[in-house]
Design a protein around this ligand. Sequence first.
Ligand code: C2E
Ligand code: CA
Ligand code: CA
Length: 573
Amino acid sequence: MDELHYQIDLLSAMNQKLGSNEKMYRAIFDTSMNAFLYYSFEEDRLEILGNWEHFFNVEITSLKDITRIYDLVEEKYIFPLRDAIFLEKTGKECVTQECRSADGKIWMECEVTVSYECGSIPSEKVIRFRDITKFKRQNDELSYLAYYDVLTGLYNRNYFIRILSDWIGQAKEENAVVSVLFADIDDFRKINDGMGMIVGDDLVQQVGQFLGELREDKVIVSHFNSDLYCIAIYNPCGTRSVEHIYHTIKERMKFPFVLAEGGELNISISVGVAEFPEAGNSAIELINCAEIVMFKAKNKGKARIQYFDAPILNEFLKNVEMENKLKNAIAEDSFVLYYQPQYDVKTGKMRGVEALVRWKDKSGKMISPAEFIPVAEKSGLIVPIGNWVLRKSISTFAGWKEKYDYDMILSINISAIQYKKQDFVSKLMSLLNEYGVESREIELEITESILIDDFEEITRKMHALREYGIRVSMDDFGTGYSSLSYLKGLPIDTLKIDKSFIDTLTTDEATKTITEAMISMVKKLGLETVAEGVETADQLAYLKSIDCDNIQGFLLGRPMPEAELENVIKNQI
Ligand code: C2E
Ligand code: CA
Ligand code: CA
């Protein structure tokens, strides 16, 4: 009897325990975002635990019913899902399959585990559905970031290079051509600086959107950064040709872009083109070549297309080489100054000297500034070089003054970039102070090109220089805008008539007339004139007859080293 009671107590205790365990498991399953289907093959019994409704709004009571969920997932997942759910047919133990609900709202992972008895008879199966929507979304964002540019929605640089590399590989096998177009908005920096980054971004986005419309089969478009875009075409022809694409771009640029902030903006685009196999063998090579020739398009005046051309590349490579050598030259102090005298036509006395820089390379050869100044200007190296010229010329000039006490002017060539530096005036003044040179003894030679941008700021600085007593001279006059009308508004002291006028002065009537008129007008404005590049006595005589104030040229003295110029000064006193 006791034994029986004991058995009954034990059973009810076990029942209780089982019941509470089941409660616990149910509680756990129900609060998880998973759904579990338990199926016993022996009993043909299906149990559903957890959050089934979250995934599928259908009731199922048997394993056969599960086919009802096929209508609730995206079509392409139906067969993979079915294969997973009936895994026992393959004899495998476990599989996971991702799928998405038909309404696209939920991404789920279906994990199926089957247990077997005696190795091959399926006994139990657990199917788990897990919500992976959040994870998928994060993943999508990450892969979007990996392939696309967020601002424009176009391919990013890396992905573009990847596809382009694949195309080049394919083109090698198929003997095909791959064209790369490098497109850049003209004067974008000015727009960005002048109108703000929001307008800049808006424009980049709109141009990106427009270029994106050029995408088609075998045409990809990417946004590299800032205002740089790259387009690649596999085997260009017809509407997929470079010409057609450039024509489309050009036509679009005839109309303004309407800005989100209000207003409209007219822009132009410069394009460089490089093709496989002509220009390069790899994606990077092609892109680089296209970029290099794009810069050539800019130099030629923007709003145009430039095709790859070996001489352009060679010139670029030569410039890069020169830039590197220039950097060393700055570090090794390899520059020298030559001085060319300028003479007063009436008195015949030396008015002053122009300092002209030379670069003495390792072999001792003098390299002309005409060769390296343009490279130095492009790379910004003109600033340290110009600073060196200022210090060296001013200190030399101070030495001559002390030695010979000869009253003259030191003319120094100043590049636009150097002139535009914020501390230009203060640095110059402190140099003059340091060497005891008076500001009236200094003349800065600038060219008309300096006036292209920010006219007001440039003239404000000219006024500041003038207030200190420094002279300003307009160099190469007649080669730029050649407009006498703007001269009257400029605070300048001297005008240098370009050598190109002097060259044909005695042989060409038109040049004669222009030069004569120029000198008489300039004099009326109260400016002094200097004729450059005077090589013959005839030129000198004619310049004298039309009342030119000063002359400079090989006839009376070539640019010469410091010591030689000292002799010229000695002869003057
Ligand atoms: P530039 O300022 O127009 O200088 C006059 C150039 O004409 C000099 O060339 C000079 O040697 C040359 N020249 C003078 N008289 C005659 C002549 O009778 N016949 C001929 N055929 N040429 C004559 P250079 O020294 O080769 O300088 C070339 C240019 O390099 C200069 O043109 C100037 O723009 C630039 N440059 C020279 N030194 C400096 C410098 O220190 N700083 C900057 N930024 N530029 C400089
Ligand atoms: Ca000059
Ligand atoms: Ca000149």
